[in-house]
Design a protein around this ligand. Structure first.
Ligand SMILES: [Zn+2]
Length: 206
């Protein structure tokens, strides 16, 4: 694991989206634990760093796509953690709402994402616990959230980072493209030090 700040680490062995580890006061959170092939690799990486998957108290999911959320239910069973996910994305995993694009409808048939237990729905912007802010960023999926912890911003698929700045995710990945520019402007204006995206390496804001 690569330390980014005093409390945030990048877990580099995850498969799928970039995965992050947050240690704060009495909480330990994993952000977007990713796909099945990375499950045991992540455990090994944590053990080598003197940590354990059993420490996790909170699983933060930026959204429901399998490359971010496929192993959330398995992580949850291991440690009984709370699982935070946007209410609109919970509805998709629960089968109560349709995935937002043809590609998602197809991928949901190919790769199953089990609905984790102890789900904590996030609606709009919310403070999940003191200092951990969820920002509703629904351009990628209706229930997508970015998470801010102190000087770190986890942006999931709301944006990528390049040379210290947030840049748009590929337009074909967005289910509500017209919301993207405002979302990007809002995230870019936040006075953080680190950007931690789902599909580009974490980078210091410039
Ligand atoms: Zn993704």
């Amino acid at each position: 694991m690569k330390q980014l700040t005093e409390s945030v680490y990048w877990l580099r062995s995850a498969v799928g989206a970039r995965c992050y580890w947050l240690e704060a006061d009495d909480r330990v959170a994993i952000v977007d634990p990713g796909m099945l092939p990375g499950l045991s690799r992540l455990s090994d990486e944590l053990r080598q760093a003197g940590r354990s998957p059993n420490q996790v108290t909170d699983i933060l999911l930026t959204h429901h796509d399998f490359d971010h959320a496929q192993t959330a239910a398995i992580w949850q069973k291991r440690n009984g953690a709370r699982v935070w996910l946007g209410a609109d994305d919970i509805a998709v995993l629960a089968g109560a709402a349709d995935p937002s694009s043809r590609m998602r409808r197809l991928s949901s048939k190919l790769v199953r994402v089990d609905l984790p237990e102890r789900l904590q729905p996030i609606v709009g912007d919310a403070e999940l616990w003191p200092g951990l802010i969820a920002l509703h960023t629904p351009a990628h999926t209706a229930g997508h959230h970015s998470f801010r912890w102190r000087d770190v911003l986890f942006v999931g698929d709301a944006a990528r980072a390049r040379q210290g700045r947030l840049v748009p995710s590929p337009s074909w990945q967005m289910s509500d493209l017209k919301r993207s520019p405002a979302e990007l402007a809002r995230l870019s204006a936040l006075p953080v030090t680190w950007y931690c995206p789902g599909h580009s390496d974490p980078t210091r804001r410039r």
